[in-house]
Design a protein around this ligand. Structure first.
Ligand code: URA
Length: 434
């Protein structure tokens, strides 16, 4: 039996008693958990102590590094091209990664994007792309390199060996009410992004009812913490705080969001999706250029000249997708019409997200399947003038028994009334943190 450097209870008690954890304590605790020496309940107790008592920057950076050290890291130096990635903390109708990755690649910067699946009311990029016939999320490291090298952008599932400590601790946090800790969220997100090997990283930290962070203050603290961790690890990291009080674009749901992303790549699409995609693309190019790499064109040009769409098609085909196949549609639809005239005074991201989830676009447990065609379309934006009888929402699902519950979540998510009652909305881009 090997002699351990610490006793788990003593390390937990240190954090419980508001003391700082030393670098050695952190390294040992995470490593011993991965080795099975620290038990699940001891890690759960530590997560709760961190949630309640916090961590300083040194502790967070070390805790993040301990996650990274638990697995493999990726290295893209053989590409001979600068790399940049984007991470969103998740929201409703957030399909930005889909147009963004090919746009940035068309501007000369490679995008190695490891994405996740949706859980709860927020959608996942992989679920959206899987609505394209034949498209494969799971690639070997060599396949990922080849797509990145040949196309310039790849969006795929994270390899199981990337920050495995985070994978286990995240599952534990999920069932012990310890998800909402800024040090733990920051370490979880940043360990995966740093291990992924990107040179530059732009964080899209969402704020509002449909986001993890409900207030600008919380989002700012999370963004500042993550930017600090990235910079300490040598990754050029910046963050935008962006609005998620109102859902993004006009659709939530897997195939529906692919369709909207294609509209953006074709030069159309909802103005908020276009504006945010271009802002994030410019941030990625600017962050990558810190290492002396100049983009070959502006993101708006890449849309206009068709090169972003060409890159999208190559990226999908390289992962087995049939770019010309029609996107799946749900078997049933239900339309919600305006009962009276006035203005759309409320359009709440969380309510719309829950509606889409209940229609089958999202999952309640990790093992659940999602429906490719399920979701919601909203035909009016917050503040728009509405006439009685006008179409407000179209709900899509393969299982019509889902309509009742979905409609119940939509009921409190919108209202039509007087212009003076239109809710104030957050600016799309609230703040930039560097
Ligand atoms: N996303 C993650 O990857 N980890 C968290 O802790 C929260 C969101």
């Amino acid at each position: 039996m090997s002699i351990e450097s610490f006793a788990a209870v003593d390390v937990i008690a240190t954090k419980r008693d508001h003391q700082e954890l030393s670098d050695l304590q952190i390294d040992w605790f995470v490593d011993a958990y991965v080795r099975g020496v620290v038990a699940e309940e001891q890690m759960a107790a530590m997560a709760m102590a961190i949630l309640l008592n916090g961590m300083n920057r040194r502790e967070i950076v070390r805790w993040t590094q301990a996650y990274i050290n638990s697995g493999e890291t990726m290295d893209w130096s053989a590409l001979n091209r600068a790399t940049a990635d984007k991470h969103s903390t998740g929201g409703v109708g957030d399909k930005i990664t889909l147009p963004l990755a090919p746009i940035v690649a068309a501007c000369g910067i490679s995008v190695p994007q490891l994405s996740g699946r949706g859980l709860g009311h927020t959608g996942g990029t992989l679920d959206k792309l899987e609505s394209i016939r034949g498209w494969r999320a799971k690639l070997s490291k060599q396949e990922m390199f080849d797509v990145l090298n040949n196309v310039g952008a790849v969006i795929c599932a994270a390899n199981e060996q990337l920050a495995p400590a985070d994978r286990r601790i995240y599952a534990l946090r999920d069932v012990t009410a310890t998800v909402e800790s800024i040090p733990l969220i920051s370490a979880s997100i940043m360990s995966k992004k740093i291990a992924e090997g990107t040179g530059a990283l732009i964080l899209d930290v969402k704020v509002g009812s449909g986001a993890f962070m409900k207030t600008v203050e919380q989002a700012r603290e999370l963004a500042q913490t993550m930017v600090g961790i990235g910079k300490d690890a040598g990754v050029e990291t910046r963050a935008l705080l962006t609005a998620m009080d109102v859902p993004l674009g006009r659709t939530a749901g897997n195939a529906l969001e692919v369709r909207e992303s294609l509209e953006v790549l074709s030069g159309g699409g909802p103005s908020d999706v276009v504006e945010l995609t271009l802002a994030l693309a410019r941030e990625m190019l600017d962050a990558a250029s810190v290492r002396g790499v100049k983009p070959t064109k502006d993101p708006a040009t890449a849309i206009r000249d068709g090169s972003a769409m060409d890159t999208w098609r190559q990226m999908i085909v390289a992962q087995g997708g049939d770019v010309d196949a029609s996107l799946p549609t749900a078997a049933e639809t239900h339309t919600v019409y305006a009962q009276g005239s006035g203005y759309l005074t409320k359009l709440d991201a969380l309510g719309v997200g829950v509606c889409s989830w209940r229609l089958g676009a999202g999952r309640a447990r990790k093992e659940d399947n999602v429906q490719a065609g399920a979701g919601v379309e909203w035909h009016a934006d917050l503040g728009d003038e509405i006439s009685a009888g006008q179409k407000l929402f179209t709900l899509h699902t393969d299982e019509p028994t889902r309509f009742e519950q979905a409609l119940a979540s939509l009921e409190s998510a919108y209202s039509v009334g007087a212009l003076s009652d239109v809710s104030a909305r957050l600016p799309l881009i609230i703040e930039r943190i560097v």
